[in-house]
Design a protein around this ligand. Structure first.
Ligand code: CO
Length: 241
């Protein structure tokens, strides 16, 4: 096993050469300034590479990632990222992005112990507990992804409630907060439609998006129940629909 990770340096050299060949002067132009339009707050999961998913180049996406894409009110790291993004870079959009089958959300949902991180995931468990009745009514196969989406709504609302974003809105700066979810199984992003452009919109945006999540999972729940109770067809195969 290589200890100096030469293979990564080789890949890096090839990437830099390819990028410069495609767009001569690319790196020297980036030296002047970065002016991303978007701040991405996503999960640290290695299967969710922010820039790649949305086809954005270096300089186009400001990124903060942590386990289970949380925005905790007292997290100086995340708050500092938001403050710099809004006040200095003047991003137009802040996007909280969860993803299906998130290991952190799964651990929180199932009370799996993993160590120190359990304390961080306690924030996800707070979201779980706030929607306990709804989640308890879902088939086990749906619960983790439902909590992933509920967590995105909660974290997007937390972003809206930061002093940085409320102050920006107060002074008339245009910042749009979004909540999305990424499907590990198909590579597709979906908009959970908690889109908020002002402090007065947050409550209604959250309620509307929450109703949509619940409606969608209740439909999936009906489908799962129909599948599990469907009689075998003549050739013995279970009805797939
Ligand atoms: Co994750």
């Amino acid at each position: 096993m290589s200890t100096d990770l030469q293979e990564l340096f080789q890949s890096n050299r090839a990437w830099a050469a390819k990028t410069e060949a495609r767009e001569p002067g690319f790196f020297t132009r980036l030296l002047q300034q970065q002016s991303p339009q978007y701040l991405w707050i996503g999960c640290a999961d290695s299967r969710v590479p922010a820039n790649d998913l949305v086809g954005l180049l270096p300089g186009e996406l400001f990124v903060h990632r942590n386990v289970a894409n949380l925005l905790v009110h007292s997290d100086l790291n995340a708050l500092s990222v938001i403050q710099y993004a809004v006040d200095a870079l003047k991003v137009s959009h802040i996007i909280v992005v969860g993803h299906s089958n998130c290991g952190g959300v799964r651990a929180a949902m199932m009370n799996q112990r993993a160590g120190l991180v359990d304390n961080w995931l306690r924030h996800v468990q707070d979201v779980r507990d706030a929607h306990e009745g709804f989640l308890a009514g879902l088939h086990e196969s749906l619960q983790v992804n439902a909590l992933v989406e509920l967590n995105v709504l909660e974290q997007a609302r937390n972003v809206c409630r930061t002093t940085v974003v409320t102050d920006a809105w107060q002074r008339g700066q245009s910042v749009v907060v979004h909540g999305w979810v990424y499907g590990l199984h198909n590579g597709l992003l979906e908009d959970l439609r908690i889109t908020a452009t002002s402090a007065t919109e947050v409550g209604l945006a959250y309620d509307t998006a929450l109703a949509l999540v619940k409606q969608r999972y209740r439909q999936q729940q009906a489908q799962v129940l129909a599948d599990t109770t469907a009689p075998a067809t003549q050739n013995g195969a279970l009805n797939a629909d």
